[in-house]
Design a protein around this ligand. Structure first.
Ligand SMILES: Cc1ncc(COP(=O)(O)O)c(C=O)c1O
Length: 322
């Protein structure tokens, strides 16, 4: 917007992936990164298919145990990349614990905060150096824009990222900026409803006889529940689940039978979406790697929107009964 200054400490990028790309370009060949083993498929693809060939080394670890992160740090390590809650298995990483490790070893900590949004979680306050958002999702909120954002408290870091942004061309268009700025005005009310609907849907699924595992960080027996409760203001509207019939065919049948939930890759919009991570958002992760980390062929992911919760539950119910 002409005549307007960008907020200090924020850089808007032209996609979430472009924002991630800029963070990794802070590094040099030979540098090492410790990242979570359950990441958005496009992040994993960027790391493995693009940056590995430029001499960067990534270690993918289960970040629910800080010891796993510590044991992969060596003199070349420069960055910890944490996504929490993760896409699609809703794993939780303790951001303050990661920040303590990063400070001790003089590393950068970048948190992908896409699933939580700034309404539910503020990683900078917990000690992270950079927060990355796919603003395509909850910030925009209407599935009509692709954009990313980086937030940081450090002016020098901001300058480095700004230099990378303009040098590499990750510049968002004015219409996209307008859409995200407009979306942010309703973020708080949308997130409240996403959380309410997410909770209802998670409990409905858990009590259904045809449903197998349900992944949602608001369950008290979720391994990350206490950390999520400490660092988040709500548990969000992202849920993954499997069916008792663990065949991919059964999952596909359900996904093609919903009427309110549209089958699509994105998430975080007002309208509910259903997704098959194995063939859609996470198809770029080799099957063996996916399965090893718990992302099965039959996993279904829901982005629970802000429609009437009873309508959404009725839609899943009829699809489960087909
Ligand atoms: C957790 C997470 N991070 C990053 C991205 C990438 O964002 P974008 O689609 O804006 O490039 C996504 C997209 O689905 C995501 O789910």
């Amino acid at each position: 917007m002409p005549g307007r200054k960008t907020l200090p400490g924020k850089r808007w990028k032209n996609s979430g992936v472009a924002a991630t790309d800029a963070v990794i370009k802070l590094l040099q060949p030979g540098d090492e990164i410790v990242a979570g083993n359950d990441l958005y498929g496009g992040t994993y693809r960027l790391f493995t298919k693009v940056f590995e060939k430029f001499g960067l080394k990534f270690h993918y670890v289960d970040m629910s145990d800080a010891g796993n992160v510590r044991s992969h740090i060596n003199k070349n390590t420069k960055l910890i990349w944490a996504e929490t809650p993760t896409n699609p298995l809703i794993n939780i990483t303790d951001i303050a614990a990661m920040a303590a490790i990063a400070k001790e070893h003089k590393l950068l900590l970048c948190v992908d905060n896409t699933f939580a949004s700034p309404y539910l979680q503020n990683p900078l306050d917990l000690g992270a150096d950079i927060v990355m958002h796919s603003s395509t999702k909850y910030l925009g909120g209407h599935s009509d824009v692709i954009q990313g954002a980086l937030a940081m408290n450090d002016a020098a870091l901001r300058e480095k990222l700004y230099f990378l942004q303009k040098s590499c061309g990750a510049v968002p268009g004015p219409m996209d900026c307008f859409l995200v700025l407009r979306g942010i005005k309703t973020l708080h009310v949308r997130m409240q409803r996403h959380c309410e609907n997410g909770e209802k849907m998670a409990h409905y699924l858990r009590n259904h006889s045809k449903v197998g595992k349900v992944y949602w960080c608001g369950f008290e027996d979720h391994p990350g529940y206490h950390v999520a409760k400490k660092q988040m203001r709500g548990f969000g509207g992202m849920i993954s689940f499997t069916l008792k019939d663990e065949s991919e065919q059964a999952a596909r049948k359900l996904m093609s039978s919903t009427k309110l939930f549209s089958l699509a890759e994105s998430l975080g919009g007002v309208e509910s979406l259903i997704n098959h991570p194995a063939s859609m958002t996470h198809a770029s992760i080799p099957r063996e790697e996916r399965i090893k980390n718990g992302l099965t062929d039959s996993l279904i992911r829901l982005s629970v929107g802000i429609e009437d919760a009873e309508d959404l539950i009725a839609d899943i119910e009829q699809a489960l009964n087909i």
